[in-house]
Design a protein around this ligand. Structure first.
Ligand SMILES: [Zn+2]
Length: 258
């Protein structure tokens, strides 16, 4: 990729704190586990926020809901240890069920105010043909949270809001989208790729047998594709948007034709 994307890559890899919001417990690692492991290795606090209770994808129909949730929590902790995740927070909204973007947006604003991340990661809600509404709603809710988190009339918990208002400067430098078809940066994951794939192996409640093998193969194909422009074997790709780019296009990434 270009020198511009090199600058973006260096910027991301020097993050001190990132909030990574995923619809389901395995999305962050499937999309970006190698990059999050690199950031954690470089000293960033990598925080995962999982939106749903993950019940829809659990394969064992004999488990009670409570048992299934406990199992996915344990798997997520094990995967997080591979990656070096600093904290795991789950909202347990109903997987593939009824919940509102506004409700999620408020929870994400609360976590932004509490954690003060440099960058917020999530899935690209503008991925062509994305049919899973958990992904669409999560992407939009997080984008709006990045846009609105500094505005005092967006209220969360009073103690969080008061501390944030009194707490000096905080700026989100970018919304970073994964599962995107319009990347503007790629991160070489040669050094962390094995940990990423081991992390994905932890998600056995939902991924087994041929399905799991197919996931690994599909991820590997994308990793090679994204590595090609930079001449590396395996990479992960992202779309970094500045907060000012998230509404009505008055802060374009670059001039048309430039
Ligand atoms: Zn998902």
């Amino acid at each position: 990729m270009s020198s511009r994307s090199e600058a973006l890559r260096q910027e991301i890899l020097s993050a001190r704190c990132v909030l990574c919001v995923q619809p389901h417990y395995d999305d962050n690692d499937i999309a970006a586990g190698g990059s999050f492991a690199r950031m954690a290795d470089a000293g960033a606090a990598v925080h995962y926020l999982t939106v749903t209770d993950n019940l829809a994808g659990v394969l064992d129909a004999e488990l009670s809901d409570a048992e299934a949730i406990a199992r996915t929590r344990a798997e997520q902790e094990a995967a997080g240890r591979e990656i070096g995740v600093h904290s795991q927070l789950r909202l347990d909204l109903p997987d593939a069920g009824e919940w509102s973007e506004v409700e999620l947006r408020t929870r994400v604003i609360e976590e932004i105010r509490r954690l003060r991340p440099d960058y917020v990661f999530t899935c690209d809600p503008w991925l062509p043909h994305e049919a899973h509404r958990d992904h669409l709603r999560t992407g939009i809710a997080v984008a709006e949270a990045v846009m609105f988190h500094g505005m005092p009339r967006f209220r969360t918990r009073p103690e969080v809001d008061a501390t944030y208002a009194d707490g000096g400067d905080h700026e989100i430098r970018g919304l970073v989208l994964y599962f995107t078809r319009e990347p503007n940066l790629a991160i070489d994951i040669g050094a962390t790729r094995e940990r990423k794939h081991r992390a994905i192996d932890a998600y056995r409640a939902q991924l087994q047998g041929e399905n799991l093998a197919g996931i690994h193969a599909g991820i590997a194909a994308m990793e090679r594709l994204w590595g090609e422009p930079d001449g590396v074997e395996h990479a992960e790709a992202f779309k970094l948007l500045r907060p000012g780019q998230l509404h009505v296009g008055l802060a374009p990434e670059r001039r048309p034709g430039a």
